[in-house]
Ligand binder design. Structure first.
Ligand code: T1G
Length: 687
């Protein structure tokens, strides 16, 4: 045993308590302590049953993700679990909080599981590019059957204790706050009743319940092909469950280990484990005192009830924070509030919230047509037109009515926040809160720190981000902040290469094949070419298409032609327009680029922009850039984001290609000094 594991006896019940903040992950200290304690009780004949419980906020939350990639240290989790299985006496898992991954697998090794009703169990390894590698793929199907086991492991979703009880994942629920008492009482009953000590490994009833299992696996593969295109882990999970239903347990465990190691050693899993921590780094700002006093945000004002203002409002309503929602006209206000209600009602129809919760959220809205109504709120978020004159006017008037200490935030997506702050007498209380549309769905929140933004305003905003379920990334002030700025080169290069002779459908194929949800031209057709149309000082394909009435899918034609089912086909007319524009602009033609060359041409400049964002101090760390791209632009998670991906490609290779592109297309491709420095020194962005 050791500091994290303590043992005590209550009568014939041995109790092992593990206390390893923050989440009792199975790090080496926990494994050593638990293994030692189990062995001690195994050898103690006065102990007739063992209860394992965790202190703090949760039962074991799984393996210690930070230990992956380091040399494995005995006792491995498998060794600890073997000790449990061979204890020769009943072992009861006492569950609270979130028994996840190895924590859930631990519970499955135990002979019995008791839980408080608020606890949740799950096998989320797929989110880390892994599979449950401590017997979960072999034991879970033996309890809930292969079909539900596949659903739980492929989705990584958690199940509440009540559902777990129904599924047989938990044997008994005990009252909240009385977990240990309940578990010990359960143990004493097991002893008194002389209950047979069954092992999950020996059960086959659920495996044999369905004779023909082929359809189960076919359905799982079909679903994974859609939901997890490009990810390795789902197929390995499916293979491991196939082993569970076809092989004896021990052979199934060997197969599970093979499939787990393949994933553990993959770049995809390294990327997804990196991302797990990256999301949690975004809210950490060097130099911000941990004990800084935060401003109290009890009431929020939102100016603008349009798409963004309405979505922003919902974040606060759903977190139980009242919002005064202000618009210029009653009609706009009614429309905005109507959209909010419709959104909530749609969620209720899908069973995501109850109708009571819809009404509770709607009751938190105070409609307003007068800025004076914002005099009692603690934070105002402006979400109106992206025009500096409009924003400066609003902030100047807002400054006059908002109470002292109120935070004034802009949702601007690219305007200069310092200039906006300059329109007020409280620049220290001005900050950017850049939500991504749809604001009530997208988890990314870029928190834009102005030159004069006070530390407590920044700290308050970071805390608030967590309260409303957002993942914060702190950005300095520049055009486009982090996500929009870094992804601009991809749009620019995609639009450039079609003028050089590579058709849009090949560009879309490359970007989609890399792992983005859609190619850029298909996306523009989906969104509508007229929705975001920058006016350029030269002729563009996009403007020609708009002039020809080709506004995208909604008009039956855009970069592609669409049939009545909106099936896209390349358009000869578009090809002619592209050739025309290229000729008029004197753009040299070349054979269509290969898929690899298209990825280099369109995404290496994104990496280069990321290096510049770091050099300028706009982003605090490379992983913040990765979080912003993955959450803001659906950059494929299994690559880790542009900066992690660049490290996996190799920075010298990227520098060489950028220099080659610069020699052909001009200095905009020249690699940033930081990128060159890291490439030449063998460094990395995310190492
Ligand atoms: N390993 C290491 N650190 C972890 C961790 C883990 N498993 N889980 C959380 N942390 C850290 C986290 O980085 C943060 O640190 C702090 O704990 C609080 O986390 C063999 C191979 C448990 C639901 O995937 O889902 O088991 O930032 O901010 O919102 O088959 O953490 O404070 O320094 O998220 O209350 C499987 C991952 C692992 C669970 C709590 N397990 N964790 O959420 O707090 S692989 C998981 C979570 C495995 C086996 C396989 C959540 C949480 P810091 P937090 P939270």
């Amino acid at each position: 045993m050791n500091a994290v594991a303590t043992s005590e006896k209550q009568g014939e019940v041995g109790i092992i308590t593990i206390d390893s903040p923050p989440v009792n992950a199975f790090g080496i200290a926990v494994r050593e302590g638990l293994h030692g304690a189990i062995n001690a009780f195994k050898a103690d004949d006065t102990v007739k049953a063992i209860v394992v419980i965790c202190a703090g906020r949760t039962f074991f939350a799984g393996a210690d993700i930070s230990e992956f990639g380091k040399p494995p240290q005995e006792p491995l989790l498998g060794t600890v679990f073997a000790g449990i299985e061979d204890a020769g006496k009943p072992v009861i898992a006492a569950i609270h909080g979130t028994a996840l991954g190895g924590g859930c697998e631990f519970a499955l090794v135990c002979n019995f599981r008791v839980s408080v009703p608020s606890a949740k169990l799950g096998l989320p390894e797929v989110k880390l590019g892994l599979l449950p590698g401590a017997g979960g793929t072999q034991r879970l199907p033996r309890i809930v059957g292969p079909e539900l086991a596949l659903d739980l492991m492929l989705s990584g979703r958690q199940v509440g204790a009540n559902e777990a009880l129904k599924l047989g994942l938990v044997d008994e629920l005990v009252p909240e706050g009385a977990l240990l008492e309940g578990a010990v009482a359960f143990a004493n009953r097991v002893i008194a009743e002389g209950r047979p000590v069954t092992k999950v490994r020996d059960r086959r009833d659920q495996l044999d319940a369905v004779a023909d299992k082929a359809p189960i696996f076919a359905a799982a593969r079909a679903k994974a092909a859609k939901a997890s295109r490009g990810y390795m882990a789902p197929e390995n999970i499916i293979k491991a469950v196939e082993a569970a239903v076809t092989l004896p347990f021990d052979e199934g465990m060997v197969r599970e280990r093979e499939l787990f190691v393949e994933l553990r050693d993959s770049t995809q899993s390294a990327a997804q484990r990196y991302y797990f921590f990256a999301e949690r780094q975004g809210g950490k700002v060097p130099g911000l005192p941990a004990d800084i006093a935060l401003r109290n945000i009890a009431k929020v004002g939102v100016i603008g009830a349009g798409t963004m203002g309405g979505g922003i409002t919902m974040n606060f309503l759903s977190a139980g924070i009242p919002v005064t929602l202000m618009e210029m006209t009653q009609e706009a206000l009614d429309r905005g509030i109507g959209t909010i209600r419709r959104n909530y009602e749609n969620s209720a129809k899908r069973g995501r919230i109850t109708t009571d919760e819809v009404e509770r959220c709607m009751a938190l809205i105070t409609p307003s047509l007068d800025m004076a109504d914002l005099s009692d709120v603690d934070l105002v978020i402006e979400a109106v037109f992206e025009r500096m004159d409009v924003k400066k006017d609003i902030f100047s008037r807002l400054d006059a009515v908002a109470k002292p200490g109120a935070i004034l935030a802009s949702n601007t997506s690219f305007l200069d926040l310092n200039e906006i702050a300059g329109a007020t007498a409280r620049p220290e209380s001005v900050i950017g809160l850049h939500f991504f549309s749809p604001a009530n769905v997208m988890r990314l929140l870029e928190i834009v720190r102005g030159e004069k933004t006070a530390d407590d305003v920044l700290a308050t905003s970071l805390k608030l981000a967590g309260k409303i379920g957002k993942v914060p990334v702190v950005s300095g002030v520049c055009d486009g902040f982090i996500a929009n700025r870094i992804m601009t080169p991809r749009r620019e290069q995609c639009e450039a290469v079609i003028l050089e002779g590579t058709p849009p459908e090949l560009v879309d194929k490359a970007i989609y094949g890399f792992g983005f949800g859609m190619g850029p031209f298909a996306t523009m057709d989906l969104v509508g070419l007229d929705v975001i149309n920058r006016s350029e000082p030269y002729r563009t394909v996009k403007q020609d298409l708009l002039d020809a009435g080709r506004r995208g899918q909604k008009s039956g034609a855009g970069y592609y032609d669409y049939d009545e089912n909106r099936k896209a086909t390349p358009s000869p007319l578009v090809a002619n327009i592209i050739a025309d524009v290229a000729a008029e602009r004197g753009i040299p033609q070349s054979p269509p680029l290969s898929q690899d060359d298209l990825i280099a041409r369109t995404l290496y400049p994104v990496v280069n922009e990321g290096a510049r964002i770091l050099e300028e101090g706009i982003a605090i760390r490379a992983s913040d850039i990765d979080v912003a791209c993955i959450l803001g632009y659906n950059w494929p998670l299994y690559t880790g984001g542009p900066m992690f991906w660049a490290d996996s490609v190799g920075l010298p290779k990227i520098v060489a290609e950028l220099r080659r592109l610069a020699s052909i297309h001009g200095p905009q491709f020249e690699p940033a000094p930081l990128l060159v420095k890291l490439a030449e020194s063998g460094g990395s962005f995310t190492g």
